[in-house]
Write a protein that binds this ligand. Structure first.
Ligand code: ZN
Length: 136
């Protein structure tokens, strides 16, 4: 498993509209996509910074993963996503190495990517997402 780049950094925010303003007006980045991922109970907003994206995540349900995260830890970096070539093989490899998987197989995430998460207990505290763009 060798990721080609950091696909995105996921950031949990309380108010996506307010935080979009910061990324646009202070950092000068352009929000090119806003999308609700019902499955994950989040609204997402995306910005490109080189090959990497910033993914803002606002919870649409206090019981959803981002709602719970903010309640426990407050706003901030939620996960790092690595772009990989063959996500199923990468998951298998991680499991063989003793990493606890949140997703045993990939599922559809925002932007039509196939995604899967590794448990932060096995990744030194960083919730880690693997992403494969099968449309590429
Ligand atoms: Zn993500």
């Amino acid at each position: 498993m060798k990721p080609s780049h950091i696909e995105h950094i996921g950031i949990a925010v309380k108010n996506i509209d307010e935080s979009i303003k910061y990324y646009q007006e202070v950092l000068g980045l352009e929000c090119y996509n806003i999308e609700e991922v019902k499955d994950q109970k989040v609204k997402t907003a995306f910005f490109k910074v080189g090959d990497t994206k910033i993914e803002l995540l606002e919870s649409t349900d206090p019981e959803g993963p981002i709602g719970k995260f903010i309640e426990k830890k407050g706003e901030g970096i939620h996960h790092i996503a690595f772009a990989v070539k063959n996500i199923e093989d990468t998951l298998k490899h991680a499991e063989e190495k003793g990493v606890q998987l949140i997703d045993k197989t990939s599922r559809k995430g925002a932007e039509g990517l196939d995604i899967a998460f590794l448990h932060p207990k096995s990744t030194f505290g960083v919730l880690t997402e693997l992403c494969e763009n099968k449309n590429e």
